[in-house]
Write a protein that binds this ligand. Structure first.
Ligand SMILES: Cc1ncc(COP(=O)(O)O)c(C=O)c1O
Length: 461
């Protein structure tokens, strides 16, 4: 016989998911006319908004008969979804195996092990299709483990649905929908897509703003429609190197780019000046919201979702030693891309998609350059054509010199803004051969390693 539940108690910890507070920011937004409010999701029982996702994914799998009693849940996770799943699994007797990239903080790994889960660590610096990548390893474990259920947060509709049925209605009830913009960092896209759909159905004029770290491919994809190569960055939980099917980018009204340094500095500010003990992607989301607010013509009410807590990043973002050794604490001693541009404006030689191979070769020869940015019919950059692209085309010998260049445009480049720090630019050059400098939709030029070397050398004279 089940005993009656004591007054004021939940039946188990999963019933305590949700009802997280919304709080106004007062100090880090002093210079803004707009108001910024934050939804503090680290107050969920396993510490993040992914508790809602874990619960919804497991409920959905049970309903569809994909998870049997005593079964094993397998997930490729950067930590928080794992904690959410592991908490729910603990209350229902399921086992868990989590596959994580090696850049994740030790605290996140320890949390999952504390819930009794098995954790497998994989290298970050390999392509998603590589058999060593955490996506591939997760798939292999699913095949090898009897009674396995692959929760697959990147392609499971129960992920965005969790926010559609839980996070968003809760926000709506708390606020009466009295805010103008919703801002969230984007990983799987579950939060922004699930909440975004709910809000837009009720208020089509509600602005949806995604925040993306420099290095992730979302920003460039939204701006140009091209899937560029992603490169590595430190902030955890947001940004991707592929397009998950849980992400619905068509809902977005705006996408804002942030770099690691500003994410981490804002995270520290949030804890020290607002007393909000939040993690790195929260600093990113708040920084993104502030940038969005600064660009507005009239003040608005902005609601920002804060995914998780500072506790998981004490040995990184909150360690001066770690921050300093990664170049995040030092003053900008070597400057920003704007310093290079001030010393020597970049050459902006572009072609359009209708330029022929013959014309492109002529332009490369005439100016002694190795790559050309390509502009689309709206004069927005849509990729590059490099010597190598032309060489490959000619060696394959499949077409003539009158082919329009649009067919050869490649995405092997990174974009930065004049505000990008040179320290970060150096890291970007580890992954990208060519860097385009852009400001909004405007292309300011191509930056190469030699431009950076030349600038740094001139500063030493
Ligand atoms: C710390 C953190 N922030 C942000 C996100 C991004 O949320 P979503 O996957 O819903 O886009 C995640 C996702 O794992 C996360 O762990």
């Amino acid at each position: 016989m089940t005993k009656p539940l004591m007054k004021g108690a939940h039946s188990d910890v999963t019933a305590a998911i949700g009802n997280t507070p919304i709080v106004r920011l007062n100090h880090v937004v002093e210079d803004l006319e707009s108001e910024i409010y934050v939804k503090i999701e680290y107050m969920n029982p396993a510490g993040s908004m992914k508790d809602r996702v874990g619960l919804n994914i497991i409920r959905d799998a049970e309903l569809r008969g994909m998870l049997q009693p005593g079964g094993t849940i397998i997930e490729a996770t950067s930590g928080n979804t794992g904690a959410g799943l592991a908490m729910v699994a603990a209350t229902r007797g399921y086992k868990c195996i989590f596959v994580m990239p090696d850049k994740m903080s030790q605290e996140k790994v320890d949390v999952l092990r504390a819930y009794g889960a098995k954790v497998v660590i994989c290298p970050t610096a390999v392509e998603p299709s590589d058999p060593r990548s955490y996506y591939s390893v997760a798939r292999r474990l699913v095949e090898e483990t009897p009674g396995a259920f692959y929760s697959n947060q990147y392609h499971n509709p129960a992920n965005p649905e969790a926010h559609y049925v839980s996070t968003a209605p809760e926000i709506w009830e708390q606020t009466g929908g009295e805010f103008d913009a919703f801002v969230a960092g984007m990983g799987t896209g579950g939060t922004i897509s699930g909440c975004g759909r709910y809000f837009k159905e009720r208020r089509p004029d509600m602005k949806l703003v995604g925040v993306d770290p420099i290095g992730s491919l979302y920003y460039e994809y939204v701006k140009t429609g091209r899937l560029t190569k992603a490169f590595s960055y430190y902030v955890e939980g947001i940004g991707e190197d592929f397009l998950p099917s849980t992400m619905n980018l068509s809902l977005l009204d705006e996408i804002v780019q942030v770099d690691d340094r500003e994410c981490f500095m804002m995270t520290r500010e949030m804890v020290r000046r607002e007393g909000i003990f939040c993690g790195g992607s929260c600093g990113a989301a708040v920084m993104g919201a502030i940038k969005y607010a600064r660009a507005l013509k009239s003040p608005k009410r902005i609601l920002v979702l804060l995914p998780d807590s500072a506790g998981k990043y004490l040995s990184k973002i909150f360690s001066d030693e770690w921050m300093r050794s990664n170049g995040f604490l030092d003053d900008d001693t070597i400057g920003t891309v704007a310093h290079i541009l001030k010393r020597k404006p970049l050459r902006v030689i572009t072609i359009d998609t209708k330029t022929t191979v013959r014309q492109a070769i002529g332009i490369l020869k005439e100016h002694g350059i190795s790559q050309l940015p390509v502009l689309d019919e709206h004069q927005r950059h849509c990729g590059i054509v490099s010597e190598l692209d032309l060489l490959n085309y000619l060696v394959q010998n499949e077409g003539g010199l009158d082919l329009q260049i649009g067919d050869l445009v490649s995405s092997d480049y990174a974009t930065v803004s004049p505000h990008t720090r040179l320290q970060l630019l150096k890291n970007i050059f580890n992954d990208a051969k060519v860097v385009l400098v852009t400001e909004g939709d405007r292309l300011l030029g191509v930056l190469t390693k030699i431009d950076l070397i030349d600038y740094l050398a001139s500063e030493r004279k």
